[in-house]
Design a protein around this ligand. Structure first.
Ligand code: PEP
Ligand code: MG
Length: 325
């Protein structure tokens, strides 16, 4: 199998009926970068910047952050990298960051909330990214956005830092694209407004599903109780990709679903054309999509998702479809 996947590395990522699907990879440390070539990924769709913070024994200083981002961009060989601003808090604790014990850490003081409450911290990270991407393209997205205004505040910090760097004669990135992770259901009801402000969005299906079904992603007791491949969640995912397409805003999905061939098949059927996953999943997903008739799948999947369809077991349908393939 491994050899078979390796052979696919340089083969086009196109379905049998000619639909191009970009496959990117998720990463978090410099050691992940060689996978970019090995797995034949189109870029890094999610770079989890908190990893550097989690393996350090104290807050990485601006220069250390900058050095890491520079190395990442250098090692990416010109392939696009989407950085995500710090997503600490919740289950991702930093021993050196004093925090109070929270009853519901996943819904607590984490990610962008922490960044907006401690703007010094977020601004330092933004400055490090701006320095590292000087003369190149910077793509940055913010996690756990609940309201459009939080994105506007975060963008305001980027603009402030940019102004500061320009005033002091520092080189700045050639292009800056700012995006939002869609991982809290509240954004489903602000899609149009959100899409009017962002350069791109990325669906964090791990958190989105956790909050959509109120099912703790790390709790094995309940984690398998609800299926992301069931109509309500698939309809939500379709709503997102449809809205993004209509607004001509690029959309990626970077949660674990993207790396599961059956789920990735469903995502392609819903209209997703950009998936980001762990490097090891690229081979299996590419093998699947190259044998997929996306048009036929899409028609059949969408009709099954209609309310009142007599057979709403989408997972069983997808499995049968995959077997026929
Ligand atoms: C997600 O929530 O789907 C996601 C990609 O981010 P993380 O798993 O780091 O929360
Ligand atoms: Mg998340």
């Amino acid at each position: 199998r491994q050899a078979q996947y390796r052979r696919l590395r340089n083969k086009p990522s196109v379905t049998k009926d000619g639909v191009e699907v970009a496959l990117q990879m998720n990463a978090g440390l410099l050691v992940d970068l060689p996978h970019l070539e090995e797995a034949g990924a189109a870029g890094i769709g999610l770079f989890r910047t908190e990893l550097q913070f989690m393996v350090a024994s104290s807050f990485p200083r601006m220069r250390d952050q900058q050095a890491q981002y520079t190395q990442i961009l250098d090692a990416s060989g010109g392939k696009p990298v989407t950085f995500r601003s710090l997503d600490i808090g919740g289950d991702k604790v930093l021993p050196y960051l004093r925090s109070i014990l929270e009853e519901n850490p996943a819904m607590g003081w984490r990610a962008l909330r922490l960044g907006l409450d401690r703007p010094g911290l977020l601004r330092t990270q933004i400055r490090a990214l701006l320095h590292a991407a000087a003369g190149r393209d910077l793509k940055l997205m913010f996690p756990m956005v609940v309201e459009v205004d939080e994105f506007l505040q975060a963008r305001g910090l980027v603009e402030k830092e940019l102004k500061h760097l320009r005033r002091h004669g520092h080189p700045v990135p050639e292009t800056i694209r700012l995006g939002v992770m869609v991982e809290v259901p509240s954004l489903l009801f602000q899609l149009e407004e959100l899409l009017g402000h962002v350069d791109f969005i990325s669906v964090g299906s791990n958190d989105l599903f956790q909050f959509f079904c109120a099912v703790d992603r790390g709790n094995t007791r309940v984690a398998d109780r609800f299926d992301p491949l069931s109509p309500p969640f698939l309809r939500a995912l379709k709503q997102i990709v449809d809205a993004a397409d209509k607004a001509h805003v690029p959309v990626t999905l970077c949660g674990e679903m993207a790396g599961n061939p059956l789920a990735a098949m469903a995502l392609i059927g819903l209209g997703y054309r950009n998936l980001s996953m762990s490097p090891a999943s690229l081979g299996p997903v590419k093998a699947m999509l190259r044998t997929l008739d996306a048009g036929r799948l899409s028609a059949r999947l969408l009709s099954r998702m209609e309310p009142g369809h007599r057979d709403s077991d989408i997972r069983a349908f997808l499995t049968r479809f995959a077997e026929e393939m």
